[in-house]
Design a protein around this ligand. Structure first.
Ligand SMILES: [Zn+2]
Length: 463
């Protein structure tokens, strides 16, 4: 087959023939610089990542196992085919399915304060309340230790977990990580203490009336309690009201349900490497989302980063030495089955994943890259910083990983991750504000450009 010779490759051969070894290093850098500038120009001219995100969010929220998630799988497969990617295919994964149902009601009822509506939503995986709801007194706590120390006081109560995300953390993901146990394990802890339901302060900063959902888990050792998130404004009202009237009750009613598992898919497409096609640089994101918004930042933006990065590489007319593969994982939010099934698939037998880069921190302005694999690896990637700096990337340091790509670490894959500015991420995260309009086209595109550049460098230079 007569394939046009890649531009960078071509220039390199000429220079290698003419120059000493020391000068070659400088030329390599110059060529990469021209490549990086070209990718940035192409990306910023078209802003294709945003159009793609518009198509994806257009199918509706992509809750794992839902008809919308299935539609998104087919849409992204078609997109990869239309872009002319290599080996476009689906890889099956059996996922749990949970539906929210039509009913979500919350209110506090006080003989002193009257009845006040509370903005609540069921947490993902929760059972419903009984059909006519749960009404009970409320025990407010800030930590599991506090709950355990209160002995029988939680018996028959709705346990209200109200520890806010720590606003002094500059890294908002750290604040999220520190508070998320309330959402994930609140129902189990409430059940062990004899409670009748778990009500969890939404994991977001500031005060708003939008509840934020997310995964909660049950344990075989504890009763299964209905579990819901309350908006931060609702949580503040409830907390204040409890101070004036500790005898108030809260009424909760939800109609969510866990259904039978269904087969869904990871969507895979790539640009095959010219020299080492079995060595893979994986660009990953997750296709599923929560259901209150459109999953625009979480993680439609990541999917747009991945596909746009591959499109830009193709558009630039450059074939990488190693394979650059895009994987849109299914079920990151509801169990991580897509990531696990990808890593252990038979298809991986003759492949070697050198590096995997996950984008699952939103579509805001990219400011850094987290890199795993130790100091030597980090130093190598840091050498490429001058090529990424013009985009606004100001640091490359320890980090990387994520639910989808972590299962690859076992086989020695270096895990990485793009790090966008995180200050606004939790305004939208898992809530009704996570819609297309909350993503800025140029910020999103810069993430895709940075992903394309780093992906290509890894494919050429290895790690
Ligand atoms: Zn996510």
């Amino acid at each position: 087959m007569n394939r046009p010779r890649p531009l960078v490759h071509h220039i390199l051969i000429i220079h290698l023939a003419l120059l000493s070894a020391g000068a070659v290093a400088a030329i390599v850098k110059t060529d990469y610089q021209a490549f990086a500038e070209k990718i940035a120009r192409l990306g910023l001219t078209e802003n294709y990542a945003y159009s793609l995100l518009g198509k994806l969010t257009g199918v509706g929220p992509r809750l794992t196992g839902s008809p919308q998630a299935a539609a998104a799988v087919e849409l992204m497969r078609q997109e990869m085919l239309d872009l002319g990617l290599d080996d476009v295919h689906l890889e099956p994964t059996v996922v749990g399915r949970w539906i929210r149902g039509d009913v979500e009601e919350g209110r506090l009822v006080s003989s002193l304060l009257g009845t006040i509506p509370l903005s609540i939503c069921a947490l993902g995986g929760s059972i419903a309340t009984p059909e006519d709801g749960v009404q009970a007194g409320v025990l407010e706590i800030e930590s599991f230790e506090e709950l355990r120390s209160l002995g029988a006081k939680a018996r028959g109560k709705i346990v209200f977990f109200n520890r806010p995300m720590d606003p002094t953390r500059i890294d908002t993901f750290q604040a999220y990580g520190e508070a998320a146990e309330q959402r994930v394990s609140g129902a189990v802890e409430a059940a062990k203490a004899g409670g009748v339901a778990a009500l969890v302060r939404s994991l977001t900063f500031g005060e708003s009336d939008f509840p934020h959902t997310g995964l909660m888990k049950y344990s075989p050792e504890a009763a299964r309690l209905p579990s819901a998130a309350i908006s931060t404004r609702g949580a503040n009202i409830l907390s204040l009201s409890l101070k004036s009237d500790p005898a108030l009750v809260v009424y909760l009613r939800t109609s969510c349900a866990n259904l039978s598992p269904v087969t869904s898919y990871n969507v895979v497409g790539e640009i095959q490497g010219t020299e080492k096609p079995d060595e893979i640089i994986l660009l990953g994101a997750h296709l599923d989302s929560w259901d209150l918004g459109e999953g625009a930042h979480d993680d439609g933006a990541g999917c747009a980063h991945v596909i746009e990065a591959l499109r830009l590489l193709k558009l630039a007319g450059i074939r990488p030495k190693r394979t650059v593969r895009g994987v849109l994982f299914m079920d990151e939010e509801f169990g991580g089955t897509g990531g696990r099934d990808y890593a252990r698939s038979e298809r991986r037998k003759d492949e070697r994943h050198l590096a995997a880069m996950e984008s699952d921190r939103g579509g805001f302005l990219p400011v850094g890259f987290g890199v795993g694999g130790g100091e030597a690896v980090q130093r190598k990637v840091q050498k490429w910083h001058p090529l990424l700096q013009p985009l606004g990337i100001y640091w490359i340091g320890p980090g990387g990983g994520g639910v989808d790509i972590s299962p690859l670490a076992e086989s020695g894959t270096v895990l990485m991750g793009i790090v966008p500015d995180s200050q606004r991420y939790f305004d939208a995260h898992h809530g009704s504000q996570d819609v297309l309009a909350s993503v800025h086209p140029r910020e999103l595109e810069l993430g895709a450009i940075a992903t394309a550049i780093l992906g290509f460098l890894l494919a050429q230079e290895g790690i």
